[in-house]
Design a protein around this ligand. Structure first.
Ligand code: ZN
Length: 93
């Protein structure tokens, strides 16, 4: 016998595309349109509660910092390139 879906401890995801369906009403997956029922475990995948270790949290934070830094650098470069005529005008004056 299977215990009912405990949404506080675990979530559910689409069996077709993996989209997170937690807290969504029964219906169709917003991502791929596959019909699902949160109470029918044949139509959804259970997501185990993510027990994050400190090391994993650090890696996660560093990954985000790297991504934000990389994207931020690219944005600054693009803005600088686009607005360089304006910026140089301000710098020169
Ligand atoms: Zn889906």
């Amino acid at each position: 016998m299977q215990s009912p879906v405990d949404e506080t401890a675990t979530g559910i995801s689409c069996t077709n595309c993996g989209y997170n369906l937690t807290h969504l009403p029964p219906g169709e997956c917003p991502e791929c349109g596959k019909a699902f029922d949160p109470d029918d475990l044949r139509t959804v995948n259970r997501i185990r509660a993510n027990k994050s270790t400190p090391a994993r949290a650090v890696v996660h934070a560093l990954t985000w910092l790297f991504l934000v830094g990389a994207i931020g650098s690219v944005v600054v470069i693009i803005i600088t390139e686009l607005f360089w005529p304006v910026l140089s005008w301000f710098i020169d004056s």
